[in-house]
Design a protein around this ligand. Sequence first.
Ligand code: NZQ
Ligand code: ZN
Length: 395
Amino acid sequence: MREFQYCVPTKILFGPQTEEQTGQAALAEGARRVLVLYGGGSAERSGLLGRVRNALAQVGIAGFVKGGVRPNPLMDFAKETVDEHQDKGIDLVLAVGGGSVMDTAKAVSVGLASSAEEMYAVFQSRRPPETALGVGAVVTMAASGSETSPTAVLSDGVTHEKLVCTSPLLVPRFAILNPELTYTTPPLQTACGAADILMHTLERYCADLGGNELTDALAEGLLRTAVRNGRRCMEVPGDYAARSELMWCGSLSHNGLTGLGRSNEFPVHRLGHELAARYDIPHGMSLTILWPHWARAARGRIAPRLARLGRAVFGVAETGEDAAAQACIEAFEGYFRELGLPVCFARAPMGVERDEVLRVFAANCTDSGAHPLGALCPLGYEEVLAVYRAANGAG
Ligand code: NZQ
Ligand code: ZN
């Protein structure tokens, strides 16, 4: 087991109607003036936004409200929000939504504690911020794990680049997790969310060859649970038990628990960010398109790992390591298809792409070939290009 630090300070309020405790949770953080952010309108239509505003008002908190965060959220929107609220004395930013709203809240928390210019500089340079307001979250879909993660991902609308900022200051102070709020998640988003949850643990699992028994057991248990309950949520959207399991998997899959004591890297996320930013497709979909092809490229190096994973999660029966590794990749690929998600460009909204665009993606992921993608299975420019080319075909 490698040396590690583990600190997840997010207070979790889990269960039905927990959004009614939003005011108390914000008050416990010393908040008096809260900026409530939400997305394209689902929180308004469901009545959730009204309930949250009431909960804040009941404890005497002044609520400022701003809607309009879009999926694959933009830095420009965060800047606009900061500019509009800089002089309002906001002391906490509350996200009501999914990962896009939570990540925007995190960026805004940096901007309101400093300036919009500093927020931009922090994201552009990928350096941690020096200061940020507290963030809280009322989570409406199981996916990103942003509610317990130290990360925010926002897109530059001009360069089509996903900018990633990571800092302990960005870990939300509290997260309200009411699984019932996720019943209305559109099927495509439920599927993409389940895929993203799997991927957060899958990437950690494939980043090392083992050496940490408990972490492996937690990871395998989480993956089995997410596979089973992701399927169930697609079949019966109003199944409270399944929605609960998937939601809790989402929060635990990206808070570091399933990668503790091992090296961590996210090569498939890096590959996928190129697609999500350029084509504006859901984040989870960008990962299912690429993971099987990345895994085939990495198989020579991590076959025993994939073999163990396949046996633990899908009951793969092959005895040989290489055959079991191959069966593991096929099992995940089959599961993504079962969720209705593409495993190649051809079946995704953008369709087959020109080779010159794939070359740009490969160059972006490897600093034009100067740095390979990944450490355990380092892929150079040509190998990354081969992954994109494999993903580009029919599948
Ligand atoms: O905007 P509204 O109207 O709310 O609709 C949203 C949006 O259209 C809808 N939705 C969410 N909850 C709903 C609902 N519709 C009906 N009922 C509900 N209960 O779903 C759509 C997608 O929402 P979004 O927030 O974009 O999805 P998700 O939670 O998957 O977040 C994706 C973003 O998270 C980033 C991704 O890059 C992407 O931008 N990530 C953030 C991470 C982090 N901060 O740690 C890690 C992840 O790897 C990921 O990169
Ligand atoms: Zn992700």
